[in-house]
Design a binder for this molecule. Structure first.
Ligand code: TMP
Ligand code: ASP
Length: 253
C-alpha cells in the first residue's frame, strides 16, 4: 500500500493511483463520521463490510445495464475503479420521509412519499453540503441540462434496483445518496455511478421490525454498526448465517 501514490483521503475512503492509467484503487477505512465529521469513531470491520457490499451493489447494477465506475474488488478493503471526474453533487433519492427531509418539512420519519423524490446537494464540506435546486446547478454550471437528464435517469434506475434487491431480503430502502462521475471513452463523455453504495450512504429499515440497518445506528447511537451492516450482508448471502462455531463474521468470496 505504501508503494502507491495517495491521490485523496476522504472521511471513509482513501484513493490511490491504480495499476494502469485511468484506474484508481479505493481503500475502505473503518472510520465513521456523521454531522460533517463532528462525530467520529473507528468501527472495526466497517471498511471490509462496505467494500464487499459496495462490490455486490455495483456488480448488480452493471448486470441490469446501469453503468458504474467499478472494475473489480482487489482484496478485503480495496476495489479497483475507473478514474472519473466527479460531478460536485450528492444525488439523494427518497422513497420514505426520513433524516433531513423529514426535519425540513416537519414530516414523520417513515411516511411513504407519493413518488420517489430526487434532491441535489452541493458537495462542499465547508458549507455542510447544502441542498441546491436545478436552477443553481444550471446557473453556476455545476452540470449541464443533458447531465441533469442523465443523472435523474441513473438515480431512478439505481433506486429501482436497490429497492428491489432490499425488498427481496426483507429490507425497506428508505433513501440513499449516490455520486456521479464523468468518464471519457475516446471522445465521448458518459456518466456513471461512482464513489460507493453501502449502508453508509443508504437508509435501510427491516420491513417487519423497523430496525435500522444503516449509518443512522452510528449517527443516533442505536447499537452496533457492524452488527447492522453484517445483518445486511448476511441476508444478501455475503457472509454465512450465524452458527454456534462462528463468532466473528467471515466474508464469503
Ligand atoms: P439526509 O436525510 O441526512 O439528507 O440523508 C439522505 C441520505 O443520504 C441518507 O441515506 C444518508 C445519505 N447521506 C450520505 O451518504 N452522506 C451524507 O453526507 C449525508 C448527509 C447523507
Ligand atoms: N458523511 C457525513 C459526515 O461525515 C455525514 C453523514 O453521513 O451523516 O460527516
Amino acid at each position: 500500500m505504501s508503494r502507491r501514490k495517495k491521490i485523496y483521503e476522504g472521511k471513509a475512503k482513501i484513493l490511490y493511483e491504480g495499476p494502469e492509467p485511468g484506474t484508481i484503487v479505493q481503500y475502505f477505512k473503518d472510520d465513521a463520521t456523521a454531522f460533517n465529521a463532528q462525530k467520529k469513531d473507528v468501527i472495526e470491520g466497517k471498511g471490509v463490510l462496505n467494500n464487499r457490499l459496495c462490490e455486490y451493489f455495483m456488480l448488480g447494477l452493471q448486470g441490469v445495464g446501469v453503468p458504474t465506475h467499478f472494475i473489480r474488488r482487489l482484496n478485503m478493503r480495496e476495489q479497483l475503479v475507473r478514474s472519473c471526474e466527479i460531478i460536485p453533487l450528492e444525488v439523494i433519492v427518497r422513497n420514505y420521509a426520513a433524516g433531513s427531509m423529514a426535519k425540513r418539512l416537519g414530516m414523520e420519519e417513515g411516511t411513504q412519499l407519493p413518488r420517489p423524490i430526487v434532491e441535489y446537494c452541493l458537495k462542499d464540506d465547508k458549507l455542510g453540503d447544502p441542498l441546491v435546486t436545478e436552477e443553481h446547478i444550471a446557473a453556476f454550471g455545476w452540470a449541464s441540462q443533458q447531465d441533469m437528464d442523465d443523472i435523474l435517469s441513473l438515480a431512478l434506475r439505481v433506486n429501482d434496483f436497490m429497492a428491489g434487491v432490499m425488498y427481496a431480503v426483507g429490507i425497506r430502502l428508505i433513501d440513499f445518496k449516490i455520486e456521479i462521475g464523468r468518464i471519457y471513452d475516446g471522445e465521448y463523455p458518459r456518466l456513471v455511478v461512482a464513489d460507493e453504495i453501502s449502508p453508509d450512504s443508504c437508509r435501510l429499515w427491516d420491513i417487519e421490525t423497523g430496525r435500522k440497518l444503516d449509518k443512522d445506528v452510528f449517527r443516533r447511537d442505536l447499537g452496533s454498526l457492524t452488527d447492522a451492516y453484517s445483518e445486511v450482508a448476511r441476508r444478501l448471502g455475503l457472509i454465512p448465517k450465524p452458527s454456534a462455531t462462528i463468532t466473528k463474521p467471515t466474508l464469503i468470496n
